[in-house]
Design a protein. Structure first.
Length: 306
């Protein structure tokens, strides 16, 4: 497991971390605006920590498929009271934003991590800002805004192409002064990825299977954040009699399965909407990983005794 320098307050990385999602939006795909009010969002963030979240990720702009952008002023209005109170309570907070203006305010307010779904492409000032602040920066694979992202989901080899595009972004943010040790990668599950559940066009599943390959760029293994929670491709695994997609909120059990698989594959952190079962899953995955290492060592020792 990879430690991320600069993430003060995080537990020792002997297991995959759990990031709880707080969407301060009226139109999120995952919760339909359930936490839109500041008071309910703050309460939800605190509850997530009490249930096992290591980090709380606060966002004020929906990135669901088809979403239109809100103004920076509206985004700030939504997140300011939530971030302020969570930081005051001692919570390790990340800000989910594509705007340097929002990230700058959040950093001054005490957030510990910037989670940029655009990987720095939406705002050319973001990488320089984060570099100056010397905080970890999540570089997400992205090909365009939500309103037309599925039109960009064309790949000959999705793992290779996402790897190469992430490598380009890593080079670009390092050129802006960001310390490579502060970079976290995210394959951007669901973002400009075909939502097919199975088959040759199942981009999200191929990326999950290729996490170790995605993490290695320029001879360096970067920590990886996996945001699979409740996403559309999980709904498509389960047939509906009326032909409609299974509701996103019914994908929590499938999300836990992905969490366990991603953690066992070496993910640094998983971003989830429901914390308790996922917190259990990362600990189970850590125990499994330890057993694998032990068995490998036992086989090695046995081979040298024979």
């Amino acid at each position: 497991m990879v430690n991320v320098p600069g993430l003060a307050g995080a537990p020792a990385a002997d297991r995959c971390l759990v990031m709880g999602v707080v969407n301060v939006t009226p139109d999120s795909f995952s919760d339909g605006g359930r936490w839109f009010g500041a008071d309910t969002a703050i309460e939800h963030g605190l509850e997530m920590v009490s249930l096992g979240a290591d980090i709380v990720d606060v966002g004020g702009e929906s990135t669901r498929p088809g979403a239109q952008r809100v103004s920076a002023e509206e985004e700030l209005r939504r997140v300011k009271p939530v971030i302020t109170e969570l930081v005051k309570a001692g919570v390790l907070v990340s800000v989910d934003t594509m705007r340097a203006q929002v990230a700058e305010w959040a950093l001054e307010a005490g957030v510990s991590l910037v989670n940029d779904v655009s990987g720095g492409l939406a705002d050319p000032y973001m990488a320089r800002l984060v570099a100056k602040a010397r905080v970890p920066y999540v570089v997400v694979h992205w090909r365009g805004h939500s309103h037309d992202m599925y039109s960009r989901a064309r790949y000959a080899d999705v793992v290779r192409e996402v790897h190469d595009e992430l490598a380009q972004r890593v080079g670009a943010v390092i050129a802006e002064g960001l310390d490579p040790s502060m970079i976290v990668l995210d394959p951007g599950l669901g973002f400009s990825k075909n939502p097919a559940a199975l088959g040759p066009e199942a981009h999200n599943w191929q990326l999950l299977a290729g996490l170790p390959e995605l993490a290695r760029i320029g001879g360096h293994d970067f920590p990886v954040l996996v945001g699979a929670s409740r996403k559309r491709y999980l709904s498509r695994l389960f047939d509906q009699v009326d032909g409609e997609l299974r509701p996103f909120t019914e994908n929590d059990a499938a999300t836990v399965a992905i969490t366990a698989l991603a953690a066992a594959a070496g993910a640094w952190c998983v971003r989830v909407h429901e914390v308790p079962a996922n917190a259990d899953a990362v600990r189970a995955a850590a125990a499994y990983q330890a057993a694998v290492v032990y068995r490998g060592g036992a086989a090695y020792r046995a081979g040298h005794r024979s």
